[in-house]
Design a protein around this ligand. Sequence first.
Ligand code: SIN
Length: 514
Amino acid sequence: MAPDTPSAAAARTADVLVIGSGIAGCAAALAAARNDEEVLLVTKASEPEDASSDWAQGGIATTRGDPDSLKDDILEASANMADPEAVDVLVENAADAVRDVLIETLGVEFDTLGDEYDFTREAAHSEDRILHVDASTGQHVLRPFLSHLNEVDNVEILESTAALELLRHEGRVHGALLDTEPDGEPVFAGATILATGGIGDLYEQSTNPSGSTGDGIAMAFLAGAEVDDMEYVQFHPTAADVEDPFLLSEALRGEGALLRNDDGERFMPDYHPDAELAPRDVVARAVQDEIDATGGVTLDLDPLDEPFAELFPNLADRCADHGIDPDAGIPVAPCEHFLCGGVAVDGHGRTSLDRLYAAGECAHTGVHGANRLASTSLLEGLVWGLRAGQDAAGFDPEAIEYQRLQNSDPALPDRFAGEKFHRLTRVVSEELGLRRTSGGIDSARGVLRRLKGEVDAYTRTRTSRGLYQLRNATVVAILIANAAAENDESVGCHYLADETATAAESTPTATESD
Ligand code: SIN
């Protein structure tokens, strides 16, 4: 197929193309617009709640004047695998970013106690430092952010639009192909910022909105960008254990709620000195162990200082909608929540490809190491979004030769992608979840490679969004499986059950070594 060279005049252009409309994409668009760039923000979302940021509950961690204390907590929660320089970028920029953008520009009214902010605490934080609005902080941040950007003259937002491929020429990214035309509509951009969010759709159950198919990671990888730490997939310990699970914020445990097994016993003190406030990976595995051993785990709200419905009205409503009686304890189970790895970026969100940036959950900044500290994701998206948007300013769009996508074969029935997705989520959930074994990881790699072969055969001649999402999910699942196979150290969210069992077996007990 001959490459096509549309004239720049005919094609859509932008100084900065942002892909994704969560907090990272919004922050990137804002920063680029403040630098007088013409910004095009494209998003698959048709409404704010299609972005994970809108679903964020607990809040946004801040430094309260002491960056070092937050830094220490992040490093410790990460199993000391976070990059200290990246953490410095986060903590040193946290207070200014929150004040400038969230408070002064968007006017977010975080909860207060008297004249002070009502800082709350979540697991593995050594102090109360989390700004929040009820337990629905995300929507109180994202919706004003989108409204604000809608009023900014040099920002155009294109909703219900997916990017299918990046446009790359000699190591530089020049924009993307959108799905607004069957063979892909080009947008030529001076710089392109990926902010496509997480990977929840790869798992049977996740706390992410549907459509979280790792698009930015897959597109960047296929264009040749480096990815990092893909094995560290974080599970939240407390999703409501119902058919359509929903998150029960760590703020509940921060306010005193306790975990009990099906025998009514509080178990977390047996697993970690910080009990319910231990790092998230530790609590998630403990909850799963207790479910396996006793049949279930509940979140006991009795110890809360104030009535649940007053402290967390939106969660009380969600429980009521699902017929859960919170007085009896809320049944919980771990659920896929966040990818700590992603497209490798530096402190300004620059990827290994020229003029390609990434921010938010699709990016690997190095801040999370092997396990993310609670309520740092909105902050990371905000800080890196702003820094990427600022750094991406100043490049002119350039039209390049590119290959149109083929859309020559008849559409596939809707169920086609659904059936393949089912195969993908089953193997990813079974073998690349909370507990892994080397045999399971290898078998997942085999299944996923075969699946990718099938999916590629179809995407060669069809451009439906469902197929591209399936392709992206498959690419990301393979990246997770490969990273898991290459890492034989059981650490943080990458928990190798066989490694751990072998280590325990070969470690002499006190009696044996006497
Ligand atoms: C929560 O509210 O527990 C989630 C916060 C987070 O994922 O950082």
